[in-house]
Structures are given as C-alpha cells and as structure tokens.
Design a protein around this ligand. Structure first.
Ligand code: AP5
Length: 222
C-alpha cells in the first residue's frame, strides 16, 4: 500500500450483492468514508437539482447515468473528503471502463477491488425484499434484516420505503446493464492485480470478515 489514506477500496459487483451493507459495516469497523454513487444520485434527485433531473430518467429505467455526469460528481466528492484520513470506499463506482479510466487519469489510486459474488436468484430475492429508510439511509430486508416493528427504521423511526428501481422488471434490466457495461471491469481489475473475489452468499458478518482478511493480506503483501 502507498502513503496517504490507509484504505482505498472499491466494492464491486452486480446490483444487490451487498455493497451498501458491507460499506456501512466497513465504515463502522475502520472509520473509513464511503462514497456511494447511487446514494449521491438519489440525493440529487430528491433535491431536484439540475444533475438530479438529468439522472432521474436513467435511474428509473435501471440504466446507467451518463459517465460525464457521474465522473464529475465522484471526483468532487473525493476531493471534498480529503480529510478522511483512514481512506475511502467506492460503492457503485466505477461502473464502466470509461469511469475506471477517469479515476486513473485523476491520479486517484486504488489498493483493492473487492468483487462480491452472489447468485442471480439471491439477488432478485434481496432486491425485491429490500426496504430503505428515506431519512438516514439504513437498509433493511423483509426477511433477512427485518425492522423491529416491520415498518419503521430501527435507528430513526422514519417509515421505510421501497426503492422505485427495486421492482422485479427493473431489477432484471439493471442486471442486464451490469452484464453489458460493468462486468468487463472484472477483467480490467484482475489484469491489474487488484481484484479479490469474496463469497457474498454468506451472512453479512461473515462477508465482512472475509473482506477484512483480504484487506490484511493486501497490506502485508505491499
Ligand atoms: P446503486 O444505488 O449503486 O444500486 P446498485 O449497484 O444497483 O446496488 P444496490 O444499492 O441495489 O445494492 P447493494 O449491492 O448496495 O446491496 P445492499 O447492501 O443494499 O445505483 C442505483 C442507480 O444509480 C443505478 O441503476 C444507476 O442508474 C445509477 N448509478 C449509480 N452509480 C452509477 C455509476 N457509477 N454510473 C452510472 N450510473 C450510476 O443489499 C441488498 C439487500 O440485500 C438489502 O435488503 C440487504 O439487507 C440484503 N443483504 C445484504 N447483504 C446480505 C447478505 N449477506 N445476506 C442476506 N441479505 C443481504
């Protein structure tokens, strides 16, 4: 690993593999910042900014927001989080080779790309059962991580909602987009020696332990 931030990590994989769940656990465990492009875009949409108005129609259809929009947003956020001494996690970025190349061109180094693997059947179950808190962003699942009262956030008591793009037809569209536009990054990062595959089918805490093991190995080897 190089000088500077201690962890510079990409959480990678198709929709619903648990990137957001693991980002939150890693944040708590390592004191590390998480930059989730989906969350940033949903915030822009909710605030009806120009960027949000541009992004909304792509997100509703399960397509990718254009590269130039997302790249500008992420670079700005990484710079703004320069004080995040323990490093950062990128969740949901990059999603195309052009986005990965933009990271490289901006000289934003990455130490490890964690590729979470989950079966397609499990992904559909996870996303169609997901509930999110519109207030604090906490993620639940009707079966695997239910809220205590079945309807409200355990952290802040807001009424939970279902994401627009978690309808089954849109989930399937997102999976097709992933295969076409994002899956080529597996090879891209493998060829750079940065890719580590982790079994995402386990309980979240076990997935976390495997990620921490890979992180430790990366730090020992560098
Ligand atoms: P984004 O919000 O990034 O969505 P995504 O990548 O499709 O990922 P998700 O948030 O759906 O899933 P996740 O992997 O984080 O899973 P989670 O932890 O929530 O992007 C949304 C849209 O924004 C895109 O479609 C696109 O339009 C746009 N966008 C974003 N980034 C972009 C980019 N870079 N370029 C262009 N466009 C971009 O878990 C899912 C569920 O499973 C939860 O209910 C959770 O409780 C449960 N769960 C998690 N882990 C486990 C486990 N181990 N066992 C059982 N259940 C589990």
């Amino acid at each position: 690993m190089t000088d500077g931030p201690r962890y510079r990590l990409i959480l990678f994989g198709p929709p619903g593999v648990g990137k957001g769940t693991q980002a939150r656990l890693l944040q708590q465990r390592l004191g590390i910042c998480s930059i989730a492009t989906g969350d940033l875009l949903r915030d822009e949409v909710a605030r009806k900014t120009d960027l949000g108005l541009q992004a909304a129609r792509f997100m509703e259809a399960g397509s990718l927001v254009p590269d130039e929009v997302v790249i500008g947003m992420v670079k700005g956020r990484i710079r703004a989080q320069g004080g995040c001494g323990a490093g950062f996690i990128l969740d949901g970025f990059p999603r195309t080779v052009a986005q990965a190349e933009a990271l490289r061109a901006a000289d934003i180094g990455i130490d490890l790309v964690v590729y979470l693997r989950v079966s397609e059947e499990a992904i559909i179950r996870r996303l169609t059962g997901r509930k999110i808190c519109p207030s604090c962003g906490r993620v639940f699942h009707v079966e695997y991580a239910p809220p205590a009262d079945g309807a409200h956030c355990d952290s802040c008591s807001a009424a939970l909602i279902t994401r627009e793009d978690d309808q089954e037809a849109t989930v399937r569209a997102r999976l097709r987009v992933y295969e076409e536009k994002t899956a080529p990054l597996v090879r891209y990062y493998r060829e750079q020696g940065l890719l580590a595959t982790v079994d995402g089918m386990q309980e979240p805490e076990h997935v976390l332990q495997d990620i921490l093991t890979v992180l430790r190995q990366t730090r020992t080897e560098s």
